[in-house]
Design a protein around this ligand. Sequence first.
Ligand code: XMP
Length: 516
Amino acid sequence: MTSPTRGILIVDLGAQYTQLIARRVREAGTWSEIHPPGRALEAARQMDLSGIILSGGPASVYSEDAPEVPPQLLELGVPVLGICYGMQWMCRTLGGKVTPSAEREYGKTEMTILRPEGVLMGITGETTVWMSHGDQVEKLPDGFTTYARSATCPHAVVGDAARRLFGVQFHPEVSHTERGAEMLRAFLYTVCELPGDWDAGNIAEREIRAVAEQVGPEGEVVLGLSGGVDSAVAAVIVQRAIGDRLHCIFVDNGLLRKNEREVVEEAFREHLGMDLTTVDAADRFLGRLAGVTDPEEKRKRIGHTFIDVFRDEASRFERARFLGQGTLYPDVIESVAAHGGSTAVIKSHHNVGGLPDDLEMELVEPLRELFKDEVRRVGRHLGLDERVLMRQPFPGPGLAVRIVGEVTPRRCELLREADHIVTSEIQAAGAHEGLWQYFAVLLPVKSVGVMGDARSYEDACALRIVESDDGMTADWSYLDRDLLQRISGRIVGEVRGINRVVLDITSKPPGTIEWE
Ligand code: XMP
């Protein structure tokens, strides 16, 4: 076992913001792990524990479905910060009183600081915080005092400095809480006495050691590269751990962006010297997609074809018992979430991660505990090509979900050319900073145009340009008029077969980012 890292245990009591807490803690240079209440004590024992954060949650401490939190967490001798529900649970458990209220208090609230100490170290006067709660603490447990209050909440921040237990009724992790990041840092640095020196170098070393340990001195790993950042960084970590006992497979499904295959081959085979096999499977994928127009059916066929192709290829590496994957922490947490039923399937996502269990290989997932921004930092630290690192997210089913209607080789080619113009113009203008994705979508619509003196009747494409933090929600972005003009002029002028360009101005929700 790799030795545990000094850090914070975040107990997930069902809040929608729990991952955000973990990110803020990591941003403050501190290792953190999220666990549901049922596993919290065991995790606390396995970690080199410096503090605990109890998240918020939708339940009332009085309701039957209130999560059962082990009270021993308050007796481990490490500092505890309870957020919203976490604070109410802590106060009630220690003998205080929580009052149920008929209405939720929701939104920005002005808070007055009474004691600029503990989690409020260095913060004085008034500050805006984000509240979202029904119940609130009415009577404090013995030993606790009030550190801040608001007009509606007499105990907005409470604490017992001797036992190093603190509670905040609002959400310091969301950006609407003006000085929330400072408060979390005060908890980590001042109360928990953590050094805040956890960085990309530590993360990389930790993961490389863990892979070397898991795979052993002779084990071999097969890993599917998708061209995206996650599988790329996972591959670099595994390579550092086991060298040429890593075998990478890149499936060219015929649905890739322009030059994608070349960039991947150059970055991995030439620069990093990896054992990389490219499988030319375009005909197989496009054959299975012929005549199909239903978006879910397309996704399914692509997913199944990928599995078939990958399985055939992986079986050539007879000695490889391990399968490398670029699974990220948010995927892991989602699958073990303490609360929340199954969410409706909007789209059946497909990743190179979407492989069936019957491959009978043991998974090696060096990014299992990392967030996307950390993955990029680790990749950069390990010297991965910037062109791979700064790639826009690209869906597993590739251009197929951006070709509305039937996917044919000709339509792939049209979209590939139009998309290349969009990407290269936006990048050349430096307008890609701050954008999450920017690409073209081919529509199943023909329209009339006039080219020179002749009539044209050709396809239309849409520009999809969005800003987003995580792809869960997104805003459309309005680029400079001249840049849009240049993109549209070049597409219509250079891509034979497209004579009209439209702009998608739909946010997510209600739209999704991809069209299918
Ligand atoms: P949507 O279209 O659901 O996309 O708003 C949200 C984000 O996810 C990406 N996406 C995918 N990524 N496999 C992936 O790996 C998929 O099947 C897939 N579908 C969508 C999309 O590009 C956006 O960033």
